[in-house]
Design a protein around this ligand. Structure first.
Ligand code: ATP
Length: 341
């Protein structure tokens, strides 16, 4: 059966009714058109239209005469109560749930301008047009990726926040490890890897004055279960958490709670002590420590050398011709250097 994929395109937003139906179909069982129509309070024709929309999201729906509709794969949808329970009543986080959004970062930056409180979180079932650095695309699967943004208000200004993106990477690694993922690592400045393949990405955007205070929006995307269509769009080796889910789907609610808990701990430490307090631990997870790497600068110039860890501000240190050189994150791009034997 063919699916119509609207990934990465600027098509019309999915209608809310499609998400209502998706919640009914999420169990992966057959549901008759009549049942669905009754539960959603719509006509059979509207059910048919909503199923079309679900297919346009890239999800496969089986339609069998006499039995109704069934999703090819069951889904674990986001669950407001469950996340609330997992975070506990003393949690600092105020979570906004969205069915779909172009970019959780863009949405939260707008909220921040309208005085959204510290520790506001925006999480979406589907982030349709996620961004990486330099407006590169972050691909996400509807209900199969965890995409969220966190607003953190610092007293300090942007100038005092060097190393923040590394600190956030460290929080993700701690959380994914606690979640049971083995062989995790960090690629400078802040990609999270599994066996050297990118499993999570971070995009940090700031508002504020150089000397503070500043509002920082931390966008996180974790691949939970990518399909081949999405994997084919990603122009570097990627991985997802399906290795953890031989029997049951990964629960994005548990994952979100785990990530937010670690982000809270790490960001408080970062605020008090700066990156220096986290540097040793960051380096322990550094996937390319003492390996050959290739650094591409904004000018297009390429430098190759040995990755020798990071300095107290989070700059990467490369050893090139026996001299140490540091690189600040920005528009530089790091890759493993293929060594021919
Ligand atoms: P570079 O190392 O070249 O700077 P990056 O990986 O740090 O790249 P980001 O801007 O952080 O770049 O992220 C965007 C890039 O991530 C995309 O260009 C693509 O290669 C990759 N990407 C996009 N979606 C995913 C995904 N779901 N999983 C893994 N990688 C992805």
């Amino acid at each position: 059966m063919k699916t119509k994929h609207s990934l990465g395109t600027k098509l019309n937003p999915t209608k809310p009714i499609a998400y209502t139906l998706l919640r009914e179909l999420a169990d992966g069982q057959f549901h008759s058109g009549t049942d669905l129509a009754q539960k959603a309070g719509i006509s059979r024709a509207s059910v048919w239209n909503a199923v079309e929309q679900i297919e346009a999201m890239g999800l496969l729906v089986y339609r069998i005469r006499g039995r109704g509709y069934r999703l090819a794969e069951s889904l674990l949808m986001l669950d407001r109560e469950k996340i609330g329970r997992l975070l506990g009543e003393h949690s600092p986080f105020g979570v906004i749930f969205l069915d779909e959004v172009e970019s959780t970062n863009t949405f939260l930056l707008e909220q921040a301008q309208q005085r959204a409180p510290h520790a506001t979180v925006v999480v979406a079932e589907w982030q349709r047009g996620g961004r990486g650095r330099l407006n590169r695309t972050w691909y996400a699967k509807p209900c199969g990726s965890l995409t969220f943004s966190l607003l953190w208000r610092f007293n300090q200004g942007a100038g005092a926040l060097s190393g923040l993106s590394l600190a956030v990477g460290l929080a993700l690694v701690r959380a994914l490890q606690a979640f049971g993922l083995p062989e995790v690592g960090l690629k400078w400045p802040n990609d999270v890897l599994w066996r050297g393949q990118k499993i999570a990405g971070i995009l940090i955007e700031m508002q504020g004055e150089a000397f503070g205070p500043s509002a920082v929006v931390i966008g996180v995307g974790v691949n939970v279960s990518l399909d081949t269509t999405i994997k084919a769009l990603i122009n570097q080796p990627s991985a997802d958490l399906s290795i953890l889910a031989a029997e049951a789907a990964v629960d994005r609610n548990e994952l979100l709670a785990c990530l937010l808990t670690q982000l809270n701990i790490v960001l408080i430490d970062f605020e008090k002590f700066g990156f220096l307090a986290l540097k040793q631990e960051w380096q322990r997870w550094h996937w390319y420590q003492d390996k050959r790497v290739r650094m591409t600068l904004p000018s297009g110039e390429v430098n190759t050398g040995w990755a020798r860890g990071v300095d107290d501000s989070g700059a990467l240190i490369l050893e090139i011709d026996q001299k140490l050189k540091s690189y600040h994150s920005g528009d530089v791009s790091l890759r493993a250097e293929e060594v021919s034997s």
